[in-house]
Structure formats: C-alpha cells, structure tokens
Design a protein around this ligand. Sequence first.
Ligand code: ADP
Ligand code: ADP
Ligand code: MG
Length: 593
Amino acid sequence: MPKIVIVEKEKCNPEGCGGFLCTRVSPSNRAGKEAFYKDEDGKVGVNEELVSDIDRIAVNKCPFQALKLINLPSELTEAPIHRYGKNGFALYRLPVPIMGKVVGLLGRNGIGKSTAVKILAGILQPNLGRERNGEENKAPYDELIERFKGSEAQGYFEKLRDGKIVLSYKPQQVEHIPKAFKGSVRELLGKANEKGDAEFKRVTEVLQLANILERDIGVISGGELQRVAIAATVLKKANVYFFDEPTSYLDIKQRISVAHFLRSLADEHTAVMVIDHDLIILDYMTELIHIMYGQEGGYGIVSQPKSTKAGINVYLEGYLREENVRFRDQKVQFSVHAHDARPSDEQLVTWPAIEKQLGNFTLTASEGRIDKHDVIGVLGENGIGKTSFVKTLARIEAETKAGALKVSYKPQYLEEADCFSAEKTVGEVLQHALAYEHQLIAPLALQPLFEKTLGQLSGGELQRVIIAAKLAEEADLYLLDEPSAYLDVEQRLLMSKITREMMAAKGKACLVVDHDILFIDYLSEKLIVFEGEPGKRGVARGPFSMSEGMNRFLKGLNITFRRDEESHRPRVNKEGSVKDREQKASGKLYYAS
Ligand code: ADP
Ligand code: ADP
Ligand code: MG
C-alpha cells in the first residue's frame, strides 16, 4: 500500500524526547535502514520508501505528535502534483477551470484547496512531489502538460505556458490586505483597474462600495474588505478568475449579490473557480464542483468534477461512489419539515419592548420570550443591530434579576471574548471544559491544541476553542455570535449538533447569530429576524417558528428556497423559475417541498 510520512517540523523537539526517539524505536532503523534520520535542520527527516507499517510504533511514540504515517488509498498510484517539502502535505490531482462555467471546490480545512487554486493561478509552482534544488525548483509547464495528456488540464497548462490566458486571484485571507497596502479604497481599486472608468463605477456599485471609496483600507470592516478584494480581482482583465472563500464576513444579502456577480463573469472566454464553505451559496453559484478528500494536514485528493447538485449531495452522503471512498461515517440528513417549535416549555427569559439609541443607530425589539431548551437562529444584515440586541438582552437581565440569569457570550470578533488572552494556553482556557470530554473536547478535536497559546491558533482552531469555552461555562442563556466563521462544512454541522445536544442536556437555551442559512436551518428550532436599515435602525422580531421566520426573512431578500429531493437540504430557486413564481404566489418562500 502506498504510504507517506508527514513531519510537522515545528512540533519536532529532539531535546524533549531524549534525542530523536523515533530513530531509536523504529524497527526499520533498528534493522539498519535509515528510515528516520536527523535532518540538516536539526529536526527529524524521513525516507518514506524505507518506512513500513511496523514503524507506526515510532510515529506513535513521538511525545509531540510531530509524525503522521498515512496509508494512501491503494488506487492512488501516481506521484503528487505538489508536496510542501520532502515530508510535507501532498496534493494529488487538480481541478480544472472551464470557460463559460463557475467551478467550485469543496472540502475540509487543511485538505489542499488553497494549494490547488494557487497552482492553477500560477502563484505556486508545483514540484510534482520531487525534491528540486535552486533553478530546477520549478516544474516546467511541459512536464505538467505531459502528465495531464489527454485531459482538460493539458489544454489549460498549454494555454498558460503560451501566455494565452491571463489569471486573476483573490486570496483567502483578506485580513492581510491592509498590511500590504496603505491608502484609500479608491486608490487600491484604481491601481488594480484595467477595465476603464465605466466598469469601475459599475463594479463598485454592484458591490456596494460607492460610499466607502474615500475610506482608508486600514479602517474598513471585514465585510467591506472582502468586497474590495473581490472588486480588485474582477477589475483586472483576465480569462480565469479565482476566488478563495469570497463569502467570509458577508451577510446573506451580500452573499447572494456576490454569487450573482461572480456567476455573471463566466462567458465563452472567461472561467471562474471558487472555494467556499457556505453550501447554499456554493450551490447557487457553481455548475460543477470538485470534492477534495484525504487527511487534513496530510494529503488531499481532488475528485472528478460532478454536477453541483449531485456533488453536494455526495458530500453530505460522505461517500464518493466512483472513487469508492468513504470520508465520513454518517450521512448528513436534513428534515423535510422545519423543526417547528415543540409545545411550549418552561419559560427561561422574557424581555419587554426595547427601544435603544446607540449613537446614530436605533434598536427596537418587540417583547419576547425564550424557553428552556430553545435553540434560536438570529438572521439579519450586517450593521442591523444583532450584536447590540444580544448585548442588550444580557444587560437587561443582569439589571433586572441580578444574578438570577447568567449569560455566556461568544462575540463575533474572537479577541473580544472575556476568556481571550493571546498568551494563555488552550489547556488553561479550557480547564473548566474538561468535564465535557465527550460533548466538547473529543468531538471538536481540541486535545492536540492544549499546549499551544491562543495567539498561535488558526482562525478555525480559535473559533472551536472559544465556542467550547463558552458552552462549557455555567449559564442559563448562551449567545453565539457568528460561530460558523472560519469553520468548514463538517465543523459547522458538528457545531450545530454539539450546541443542540448541550442545550438539551443542560436544559438551557441558546441564541445563534449567523449568515449561513444551511447551518441555521440545520441548527435551530425558532428564529429571530431583523428588519430595518443597516447603520440606521434595526427592528428585532420573534422568536418565530422556523417557517414563519424564514418567510419573513426571505421576503426582504426576494428569493425562495426549495428542499432537495434527496438530502432535503435547502436550495435557492432560480429567479423567475416555475417554483420561484409558485412559491412567491403562495407566500411559502421556504418550506414548499
Ligand atoms: P485548505 O485551503 O484546504 O484549508 P491549504 O491548501 O491551505 O488547505 O493547506 C493544506 C495543507 O498544506 C495544510 O494543512 C498545511 O499543513 C500545508 N501547507 C499549506 N501551506 C504551506 C506552506 N507554505 N508550507 C508548508 N506547508 C503548507
Ligand atoms: P450587527 O451585529 O447586526 O452587524 P451591530 O449591533 O454590531 O450590528 O451594530 C449596529 C449598528 O449600531 C452599527 O451601525 C454600529 O456602528 C452601531 N453601534 C453599535 N453600538 C454602538 C455604540 N455603542 N455607539 C454608537 N453606535 C453603535
Ligand atoms: Mg484555504
């Protein structure tokens, strides 16, 4: 069976294990082979071809979990497209952009999606898994072309080699833009623009940037930065556009309008490729998708392209038929009918009608109540007062029933969490969560992070840690503000399950503010819906039953949803389609099946 060994060099600590423990306990090494060896960088190196299954003992004995021995699927006989160094992550196969189409890429965090896109976008030169030095460190396109003979990719790399296609790429981490560019939005976009003034005006209007053109890049919000990055990418004259996670930080209205916009880019001479974790948007935006599977941080394989509808269902199913690979034990199933509210439980919180002035912003809410066991989704645009509402509830309760009702709050920006400190270790922050080994620590795979400090974590890791810390706190009401940010589809679904089970077990209630409708649909039993005008006034209504809440919310967006026949997941109807018109006429915007 083909195998690879991954070394996480930053975890390898030869002094800490008494000096290359793996080299001393590896049966292959003891038999005289140099399977594990001291590398030039002072850390361990591995000659994979000398490693056999019995060496798993050496891998398991590493006290720092710096080694992974991975058996690859047996049909994977080819060399990788790219490998980050001799014992780094390996990418197998590639997706292919297709003129006139939007192609999606779907898979867990750390499975190689960004790597694949960087290779296609000409940003990363693939090394075909061979170690190369200096000048030779580049796989000439000819070699890739040879490798992909007879497939779509051959044509793609030929055109790339011959300078016949021009590429434009939006990176995943828009947070890095202000570090690289100083100046106003107008200056940044002006520099990027190759399409003339009229197009500049059109693009900035479609992406709702017209009002912030004079602002400094350093002060705009995450959602604004995302739209600036998308505009800059689109304003470049190119034939292939790549967007790595374009919906992060955007609210639903913005997600839908970006999806529309990116779809409109694809034509006879233009291809679009997108990575995203919002399944409803990915479904709406793409015609084809490639699924990526493998092992996070170890290796990733790109599947054959599938129609988006079939591909997402396969993904939820957890089993790739053609490839004969199961990548999840259970399939994800949505219920046809919304989990409509159970018969009213014991009451947990009530609030009076609220009217609150916050600077220029007015927040109003009709009176409402939350029952024990409630898991309530909260929907609304950016800047409409969701966070302020949640904070106000917490404050009202603190004032009126001092000590009687405790609120545990996970803020949208994780650094603002009261338990956050960049220097503290995960182990310290999760001390009180150890009692929830089976509910939180194990399912969220938090144990391997315990030695790290919060400042060292990736976005997705920090999100998981802070959510666990907050759900483990003793409280009556839990408030999670945008928990899906930085999480992949698997983690979002898992987080839904965990939250519901925790509330059921504890007999408490939870409010979840989020922009991923599939996540909200999967998670919640009731909805609070915000209406109003972002930045000026927001009105909170509800809690409603799911169907009533969704109907209200979708009315404001002018879209309708149907249920997929197979997985029962929600899908956006094409505007003006028979279903769309029927549902609008009957007022059932969400749950008609
Ligand atoms: P995804 O976009 O699916 O989250 P990436 O393509 O960013 O995944 O990364 C896949 C894996 O490759 C990561 O788990 C990481 O370990 C590794 N990796 C990414 N970039 C580098 C790099 N510059 N050097 C070494 N390893 C890297
Ligand atoms: P959301 O969570 O829906 O994105 P927020 O509740 O964060 O919205 O903000 C709603 C509006 O209220 C924003 O325009 C914000 O700038 C404004 N706002 C919130 N708190 C204050 C405050 N203390 N002073 C002035 N304006 C505020
Ligand atoms: Mg990525």
